[in-house]
Design a protein. Sequence first.
Length: 277
Amino acid sequence: MNQSRYQLIALDIDGTLLNSEKEITPDTEAMVHRAFRAGKQVVLSTGRSFAELEEILQHFPEMRYGICESGALVFDRELEQPIAVHPIPLDIVCQAAEIARQRDVLIHIFQKGRPVISRHQMEQLDAYQIPYFRSMFQRYSLQVTDALDYCLALPAPSIEKINLYHHSTQERTVTQSLLSHLPLELVDSEKTSLELSATQVDKGRGLRELCAHLNIPVETTIAVGDSFNDAAILRAAGLAVGMGNAAEPVRRLCDVIVRDCDHDGVAEAIRTHLLTE
């Protein structure tokens, strides 16, 4: 059995590290710990804010780094400070806000690493097909009267990412078309979410910035994912691993496919590719 040349594995969360019940299975948790004991770096690569990783990180006290907010924030947990931050220019936020206000969307904003949501929209998560985020939003999101007004009125706003949740994928497509003239990265996520980030900001850039910080060649990294917001990091990594439940366009980007999130695909990726080859 040969030691793998790969030094770091970046794991998406929803649909990858977590199964369809939003749980980490015992086999997957044990394999992540085994990777750390072998001297490997295991990092999260997620659209979530760092604050929203608290429950997951309780399982992994060894985990120091996170590529958060789809690459807009790369965070060092030990030092409690960012390695890289890429906010959306405020004039672009304002233009996108005007369009978003005209659409029937749930607006979820990441402001300096803190998620912000309008209080009245917390009661509408089922309508936007994200009831499974209720407990996370209630625990970690700042609830205000109007999320956009609140963030834009701050003395020094720094909005890294905006999620727009829709009632249907068709409505998301319309919003994407309306925003397409703006200098933004627009990426589909979850069932009906559209992620808005600054130009050239994605998980792939986050991986490259983390590798530069750690002095690790990006060619010696593995990325594991299932969704469209994983595409950039799958292209950037030395080995692209798709989950068995990944969307077909995502699968086509991958070097290998492992089992799905309900059958320990992450454990398979670590065992087969990070620890041995």
